[in-house]
Design a protein around this ligand. Structure first.
Ligand SMILES: C[S@@+](CC[C@H](N)C(=O)[O-])C[C@H]1O[C@@H](n2cnc3c(N)ncnc32)[C@H](O)[C@@H]1O
Length: 298
């Protein structure tokens, strides 16, 4: 049965729920057991599908290292756009974090994380824009935002307003962190390249249908947003990490297409196939990047 998220008063919330409140069973079929919906780190020669889970865990462990969580000194961690809670779970069960808070707009993701039964995790169905720590004692020792920023700033805003909104995002993260804390951000970014008609049609589908109003940021929007609040430690372009994940999910979906259609219907499955292929080829053709940005709160 197709999952239909009831409408709220906020079109940005509705846009997220349109995509992220498709059933958890469908997402499990698509993403595999790790339920990560972002790029992975494959080793040379590894099979795309067979090594999907290892690739995702390798990515999470690398991020934990970059944020000094593995070193054991970090007690409280924040994941902004936390999906199905895999990073929160790994930080608390493998890397010694004592408390992990995740923000998402999806109620089905919240229910899934509750089902993990991990008492160290708190999930809030709340936008990053509305979240604030209550006092100094709630501030975090590390934060992550993994392929979620692409949803956070509306393409309907004029460029100047978008810049302000990215600035506000970095201010929100900075306000939640202790000085010296790390923030690891993984996000697609767009290159200003000439586009042909087919690509324009595909981008229109992404921005108007599947992820209404989504804006893939430009690198300069991010660096301007972070300036003065964070020191940029490192920026790495990991374009293949996301393209490979999209290709792996497409294989998993093709292998169990009939089951997926029985769960969510042909229209939903066809939508996912189209959007995953668009992301895969635009990353492969270098229209989009997938930057890993490591920052330190000043
Ligand atoms: C592509 S998923 C990535 C999930 C997870 N980080 C991962 O790597 O698997 C994007 C996530 O961003 C969340 N999200 C979108 N807009 C949000 C907002 N305004 N505030 C908080 N979370 C948001 C979605 O609910 C979803 O959990």
């Amino acid at each position: 049965m197709t999952t239909v998220a009831p409408r709220t008063v906020d079109p940005e919330v509705d846009a997220i729920r349109h995509h992220y409140e498709v059933s958890n069973d469908f997402y499990r079929l698509l993403l595999g057991p790790t339920m990560m919906y972002s790029g992975g780190y494959w080793n040379e020669g590894e099979d795309l599908v067979a090594a999907l889970d290892e690739a995702q865990e390798r990515k999470l462990d690398t991020f934990a290292d970059l944020a000094n969580v593995r070193a054991g000194g970090v007690k409280r961690v924040l994941d902004i756009g936390c999906g199905w809670g895999t990073m929160l779970n790994r930080l608390t069960t493998v890397h010694g974090a004592e408390e992990a808070v995740g923000l998402t707009l999806s109620r089905t993701q919240e229910a899934f994380i509750d089902g993990l039964g991990n008492p160290r995790i708190t999930t809030l169905v709340k936008s990053w824009a509305d979240y604030a720590v209550a006092d100094e004692s709630e501030k975090y020792g590390a934060a992550f935002c993994i392929n979620a920023l692409e949803h956070f700033v509306s393409s309907n805003l004029p460029p100047k307003e978008r810049t302000k909104r990215y600035r506000f995002f970095f201010q929100q993260v900075a306000n939640a962190l202790n000085p010296g804390a790390k923030f690891v951000l993984h996000t697609m970014t767009a290159e200003a390249l000439p586009m042909n008609r087919a690509l324009l049609d595909d981008l229109k589908f992404l921005q108007r249908s599947e992820f209404a109003g989504c804006h893939i940021p430009h690198l300069h929007e991010l660096t301007a947003g972070a300036e003065g609040l964070f020191e940029v430690d490192e920026i790495v372009n990991e374009r293949e990490s996301f393209a490979m994940a999209c290709r792996a999910w497409l294989v998993l979906l093709a292998e169990r297409r009939d089951e997926a259609v029985a769960m969510e219907g042909e229209e939903v499955v066809a939508r996912f196939e189209r959007y995953l292929d668009i992301f895969a080829y635009t990353l492969e053709d270098k229209f989009f990047n997938n930057f890993r940005v490591t920052l330190t709160r000043r």
